[in-house]
Design a protein. Structure first.
Lengths: 421, 421
């Protein structure tokens, strides 16, 4: 078989310039989240196929890279369907593996547990510009904390990080699954229709109020319900006043404390935030995953024109592993999108290291070589980054290339002047 | 299907205590190698099955986790053998993907190119204590540098890193494939038998000179050759004198510059090293991979009782992709073994962050909450790591747990004394 030079379809090789930004962002993420008390953890990239296909992953379950059974377990002749051939798959997110991890280790972890995960996930999506089949996710989650302190800390930590990367003017849109349900119930929709109603509502951004109304009527819902429903969105404002209006209007449909809790989150974040952004109560925010049970939130950034992160409360997932529900909230940032935005901006990593290069003449005798190595050692000890290279024929071009890489202090080392290097 | 709490066979969940050490070591590795002029790069974890099965990986090719084709490409009914079902696999090392990467991107990279890779690799080995099916590898490679400056820098960078992690008293054993061949030729073995001879020689550590002699005779080699061969190992010393003796003895069998080059590497490293270790010329060092073409080396550490890293020159691999050979040398450290040794030692990450916790009384009103959030923000700005928690019923136990995590400065926040927090 011929060897292939390109990476596999939809995945990418990362060049040094991008890697420098990635490494810097990874370092900053770890440092920032640690300062909020989060601890790094890791799960294997390979997950049980049973867990990946357990309906926790929505559409992502259609995109799994599946791993062939090995040795005697693989019985090709007897295999009738795909499921007979595989026993694992590459994880498509970090939330499902975290739930398994917590179920497996909760007695070894503090309660509540604040987890930080950075790792690759894989989805066999149709390849398109800027979207890859392997990409890094960066999630923080608080497990075992039922109060909205969890939401407040997740939003503060995430936005503090974005601020440190010079992102401003972004918006955190927030809503609550319980608000979504209460508004649907209040308008007279039946519970069995909620999911369909929310799918249409989710298009508000793109098709507007009229478009949503038209689609709902097309789907056969009572005109009265649709109008009552949409009237809500016309009235409700995107601030704590909007939350209070919901509380009053949705009495009997909304759990007692839901509105107060959401108001508290918005007020607290506005008060304690470390970055320049705004919080918006958005009753049309749906977020696709069916596992969310309460608060949901998303980061919108004008320069990206879409979401660069999001999350929410999923109090029922860990219970699927343990039989006992555990409160859980998570916030995931779109690491790849953030890196892309930084690259587009021409972001320069704030690096404090000076770069020093030594060019060594061809056939330098031992004494000269040892002298250069010794000097390089001293330069590194003084905190510099040091490149030693053999001198090329085209020295001018070599020095230009080094300068491009940031090596402006270049020493040429010749055999005749070893003592003067 | 029931959900599974344990990770997949042979792979592990990483708990916060280990993760703290891993994160620290990763940071130190990147910083150290960067100071020697290496640049981070990354390749996808999934590699073309054609590349993985191209006989570059030796026995590792038997251990590949293979990935099922997707969609229409998977034709289960027509599949006759495993190869019909798969189009990719998880990489088993970082050297093969690096060669593909360099072949794909050499015109975008400086020459020579100094690459740093840290990433997971997968091998479906029989699970055993301390060996996992997913593990981190950490490789530095210099591509496009034919001279021994590459070997010198790789060994200096790697040993400097180990020194920073307080490893001392280790040994770098060094040899050269060309020495191995010259010694076999000198002793009268035929070229077709070299591999078999080296397999036996590689057991010197375990079975000694007599064992090696016995096995070789058993394998049917002429007594005269075996004795001439083993006499060499009795005579040659593990220092530059040994290298010089080889040069003299193996004249006509060893390329002109091979011995001088090896002597230069040993002398330079001894002279410029930043850590406390010794270099040993070990003519019995074989290293398994058949792709090595020149220098080979390995780190031995008494406290581990085996190799914690190694590498060598592989000047022919990139040519398999491009049709044109490119000089290449790499040094891989056993990241997992190093972390294991540090854990066993009870290694404490040198962390400068103070840890501060706030415990909040139940039903704290808004003003109190905002006050605590504001204080936490100030503490973080002052460089501290801050944990905010709701106060538990068993406050004493909670504080003990926090103390265990390093939070010794704990402030209790009550509604009645908000102003005094």
């Amino acid at each position: 078989m011929a060897l292939k030079k390109k990476p596999v379809t939809g995945m990418k090789d990362i060049l040094p310039a991008e890697m420098e930004i990635r490494d810097y962002v990874i370092g900053l993420i770890k440092e920032t989240y640690r300062s909020f008390g989060f601890s790094s953890i890791e799960t294997p990239c390979v997950e049980h196929i049973e867990n990946l296909c357990s309906k926790q992953g929505g559409d992502n379950e259609k995109l799994i890279f599946k791993i062939l059974k090995r040795g005697e377990k693989l019985r090709l002749a007897e295999a009738k369907e795909e499921a007979d051939l595989v026993d694992g798959g590459l994880r498509y997110d970090l939330t499902l593996p975290l739930s398994r991890y917590y179920a497996n280790h909760s007695n070894e972890l503090p309660a509540p547990f604040k987890a930080l995960q950075m790792g690759s996930v894989w989805r066999a999506d149709r390849p398109q510009r800027g979207r890859y089949r392997q990409f890094m996710q960066c999630d923080i989650d608080i497990l075992g904390e039922p109060s909205n302190l969890a939401e407040i800390e997740l939003i503060l930590a995430t936005t503090s990080l974005l601020g440190k990367l010079d992102f401003n003017n972004f918006t955190i849109r927030i809503n609550d699954r319980r608000f979504l349900k209460a508004m649907a119930a209040y308008s007279g929709f039946e519970e069995k229709d909620y999911d369909s109603v929310f799918i249409t509502l989710d298009k508000m951004d793109k098709i507007g109020l009229d478009g949503v109304a038209a689609e709902m009527k097309e789907n056969g819902y009572a005109e009265e319900s649709v109008e009552k429903y949409l009237q809500l969105f016309k009235e409700i404002t995107g601030d704590v006043e909007g939350v209070r209006a919901c509380k009053e209007k949705l009495q009997g449909f909304l759990p007692e404390d839901a509105a107060d809790s959401l108001e508290m989150i918005i007020t607290s974040v506005e008060s304690a935030k470390e970055a320049d952004f705004r919080m918006l109560f958005d009753p049309t925010l749906v977020r696709g995953m069916s596992y969310y049970t309460g608060t949901i939130f998303e980061i919108s950034m004008d320069e990206f024109g879409g979401s660069v992160g999001g999350g929410g409360r999923y109090d029922k997932m860990i219970g699927k592993f343990t039989g006992q529900d555990t409160p859980a909230v998570g916030f995931s940032i779109g690491f790849e999108r953030i890196v892309m935005l930084l690259m587009e901006r021409g972001y320069k990593v704030p690096t404090s290291k000076e770069k020093k290069a030594f060019l060594i003449e061809k056939n330098m005798p031992k004494e000269g070589m040892l002298k250069v190595l010794d000097l390089a050692k001293k330069e590194r000890a003084a905190g510099r980054q040091v490149m030693i290279m053999n001198m090329k024929k085209n020295k001018k071009f070599q020095k230009e290339q080094l300068a491009e890489q940031g090596y402006t202090d270049i020493t040429e080392c010749y055999r005749d002047s070893v003592d003067n290097i």
